[in-house]
Design a protein around this ligand. Structure first.
Ligand code: CA
Length: 417
């Protein structure tokens, strides 16, 4: 493993092999940085000092979002990553020791803001276990998987403008909820849920009318974030047929502030589960397109926070369980000739494993409230209550390999307005 002149604690999500990109805010404004250990290397300052050479055009490193970098495409992303690696590695850096401090800020000292402007947002439904569980819960007594599920990565277009960064409070939404009379009322949701997902962000895309082949997906995908697709299950249950989720999802979607590049994840690639029936030719892909990312959901109630009690881990899952891969999702989303743009976000859908402790949402973990979770404080939860903080975590780790972490994405529920 490589050594950086920035000290990296052994448990850190961000060794030099990771170098995820984010936007941090100080009194000097929003700057692009890469996380390393407990610090951030400031690309804006590095560009001012002419340290980035010709890796990327002038100005891109001094933008206030990653979108101009996303626009450049795969070769520029690789060049910039190589240059940053050189600059941060002890043996290869050409930053003089006495000069180094001015390129670093403490991660604890800054506010992270949205890493990129989300141009368009799609959420898939690509976990077989999640889709099966939801089918059983939402449509009891019928076949859990609808006939199309094993033929295509089912998805819907979400709301790009309500994708928010880690730490943004989540206002409990109001909406139409079916009552026992059969008619709806308009009320705050009583079934506020989390969804444990990952999502990929794309660079410059295809021309209108020209699909992206699954085998070329790697040229278009910049990196991956954690995604919490907050869901109001009672609003969703009333509205979702026939056209899919709408207001039960669009009130907020949280993402982690650091975008982990595909290159950083390279050594954690994993096989896609066997797909039966065999996908149609345009969805076939020879590469291993899944990633071995250990995922978790943590829940901290207001009482825990008040008592200084740390959060309970309520689920452990893994991104390698996904049935449909990112390459298949991208190929399907563009198979009709629809375009993608720099800053498009494609989320996986809730990632559940086969065991109850690995389900990626409360509606599955508590089976729609039939089996409430018992928390370490003795409190019980079927769904989120006001004051609860839900946090998603993700990291790749294996013996002999550098840890590639995603950090966290949290949100605290505040009362309905
Ligand atoms: Ca979702």
């Amino acid at each position: 493993m490589a050594n950086s002149w920035v000290s990296v604690p052994p448990e850190s999500d961000f060794p030099i092999e990771n170098l995820p990109y984010g936007i941090f805010k100080t009194a000097r404004g929003p700057h692009i940085g890469v996380a390393i250990g407990d610090a951030i290397f400031d690309l804006h300052v590095a560009a001012q000092a002419h340290l980035l050479g010709d890796a990327i055009p002038a100005g891109v490193a001094q933008a206030s979002s990653l979108n101009p970098l996303l626009t450049l495409g795969h070769d520029s992303w690789a060049r910039l990553r190589r240059r940053l690696y050189e600059l941060l590695q002890s043996e290869t850096t050409d930053i003089a020791a006495q000069d180094r401090e001015r390129f670093l800020v403490g991660r604890a000292d800054v506010e992270m803001v949205m890493p990129f402007e989300v141009r368009d947002y799609v959420d898939f439904y690509s976990s077989l276990e999640h889709a099966t569980n939801l089918g059983k819960i939402m449509r009891p007594g019928s076949e859990p998987l609808l006939p199309n599920w094993r033929w295509l990565p089912v998805g819907y277009h979400g709301r790009a403008s309500t994708v928010v960064v880690d730490g943004t409070p989540i206002v409990r939404p109001r909406g139409q909820i079916k009552t026992e009379t059969g008619n709806p009322e308009f009320a705050p949701t009583r079934m506020l849920d989390v969804e444990l997902e990952i999502g990929f962000v794309t660079g410059a895309g295809n021309a209108l009318g020209e699909p992206i082949a699954a085998g070329h997906a790697r040229d278009y995908i910049f990196g991956v974030v954690l995604v919490n697709d907050w869901s109001a299950r009672d609003i969703q249950a009333w509205e979702y047929q026939p056209l899919g989720p709408f207001l039960g999802k669009s009130f907020a979607t949280s993402i982690s502030p650091w975008v982990v590049t595909l290159e950083a994840l390279e050594s954690y690639r994993a096989a896609v589960p066997k797909q039966e029936p065999a996908p149609l030719p345009y969805l076939r892909c020879a590469e291993d397109w899944n990633y071995d990312v250990v995922l978790g959901i943590e829940l901290q109630t207001q009482a825990m926070r008040g008592g200084g009690i740390s959060a309970d881990v309520i689920s452990r899952s893994n991104a390698k369980y996904l049935y449909w891969s990112m390459a298949q999702q991208l190929a399907h989303a563009t198979s009709n000739g629809a375009t993608i743009s720099p800053g498009d976000l494609f989320a996986s859908g809730t990632i559940s494993g086969s065991e109850p402790g690995s389900y990626g949402s409360l509606i599955e973990l508590t089976w729609r409230g039939e089996k409430p979770l018992k928390l370490s404080t003795g409190e019980a939860r079927s769904f989120l209550e006001d004051g609860d903080t839900a946090t998603l975590t993700g990291r790749c780790e294996a013996p002999g390999k550098p840890r590639i972490g995603f950090g966290r994405v949290s949100g605290t529920v505040v009362p309905a307005r």
